[in-house]
Design a protein around this ligand. Sequence first.
Ligand code: ADP
Length: 581
Amino acid sequence: MLVLNCGSSSIKADVLDPETGVRFVRERVERIEGDHAAALAALLPTLIDRSPEGALAAVGHRVVHGGDRYSRPVLIDDAVEAGIEALCALAPLHNPANLAGIRAARQLLPDVPHVAVFDTAFHGTLPSRARAYALPKEVAEAHGIRRYGFHGPSHRWVAARAAEHLGDPVDALRIITCHLGNGCSLAAVEYGRSVETSMGMTPLEGLVMGTRSGDVDAGALITLLRAGNLDADGLDHLLQRSSGLAGLSGRGNDMRDIEQGAADGDERCRLALHVFCHRVRKYLGAYAAVMGGVDAIVFTAGIGQNSALVRHRVAQRLEFLGARLDEDRNRLARVDADSPVAEISAEHSRCRVLVVATDEERAIAGQAAALLGLPRADDQPTIPVAISGRHVHLSQAHVEALFGPGHTLTVDKEISQPGQFAAHERVNLVGPRGTIDRVRVIGPVRSRTQVEIARTDEFTLGLDAPVRGSGDLDNTPGIRVEGPAGSVTLTEGVICSRRHIHMTPEDAERFGVEHKDVVEVRLDSDGRDLVFGDVLVRVSPKYRLEMHIDTDEGNAAEVTRNFEAVLHRTDRLASLRRVTT
Ligand code: ADP
């Protein structure tokens, strides 16, 4: 896969295998002459030449702003191109260059899929209280003024690497990721989701950066405009290009030069370093408060990965969060693609402090590969979800009572679990309040008759069934069941089926669970993501991997055909609650 990151005057092009992470080509073109199309056309033969088998399978494009429209990677077509163009007003420095790269690449490589991966997407989970600026609603809405956040692929990537290192699922951790490069941002990643980040509507808000100011009192900007020497473009240039480390230090934007200057006694460099580190620490404390605690702090990108001095300064006085640096580890920490994580916290530090090598290209390739269904390194195994409508299992005696002596169930169609079938036979359920007609019988016959209904059905029928696993029928209500040849009145056997996953022993091993574990399962649907707790794992060589939920649960999570879920938590807590029945 070719990963393209087109800036206004530069092109970064990497060819890599999203599954193994192996990188075949890394090209950087600075100060491109002419337009992106010409530069890319000149670059492409080399890229293709050095790719395995001399071919590219797909292109992943970094796109900075996805606005409200794109919260996931998308396959690029003309409509998406137009959508990205419409967002240029929100990111005038970035989206036009990204778009020029997309247009050029689609023309040069018309036969492969192109995927857009958005910087803003990871922060699509920001709650509204973190998104909103305190401006009049109408004004904010008319201009798309809200906080979006950036550096998404990097924050997501380093949080995942940190979780791997710590041996916990990212969904069980509160992590603050500090991306400190030319652009700088922090993200509060609470149980896998970004809930706060320091860049806002544009990548200008928040931390001190190479040439960007980060936070400035908006009143100061009004003062500057009123003073009359600056118009909007002048202000833009001031805040984006000549502020930040460069503006404070007067020595350019490179942290190495500023560290050197400070060591040589230059006051402006000292102040630049102080303001930079203070701002990061201030945000760290704020984000720990936002999440009610923090399990790990991660430093990444050019400064975060390389400057022991900055990490030392930032981490001072964070003991109250349980974060204690080991100064030797900090000084000696080195990370790269082969060894991407170094721990720099002291032995018993409650909050772990890590340096993690970011890899935005791999992050983009992985997300694009996921969309295209290609294999990728961080593949999470998924579980097919099936909705069980209300149904009845019958004993042979009840089959004969309902359908006539000597009757046996007849197969209408096979269902997913091996050996089971939906029968042609149907029955009516008659409850104290109401009746439900033509309910499916599921074969083969069982030793005891069992009626499985959803909560909504209980209201219709007028009874109260407990949530139970299959076969666990003691002290459950009964019901009258009618068939064409007779009826039976059950004294017990009506349950609301406990949600469960069928799996083989091999699946159980793959997911790291055991028979009767109770786990959490996440269903990512369009607009109705839902995490189900209390999901029972049932393991048998006779099963096929599938999660079963009832119609109410399926509707609540907006489950559609061919739906796949992921295991969300299988931790010790859940195992302790392993059912004993
Ligand atoms: P970008 O945001 O453009 O991807 P990087 O993540 O590559 O930028 O970060 C670039 C910055 O990292 C440089 O401007 C420099 O300030 C800083 N940097 C790189 N190496 C060191 C180092 N050894 N010590 C301090 N800062 C460094």
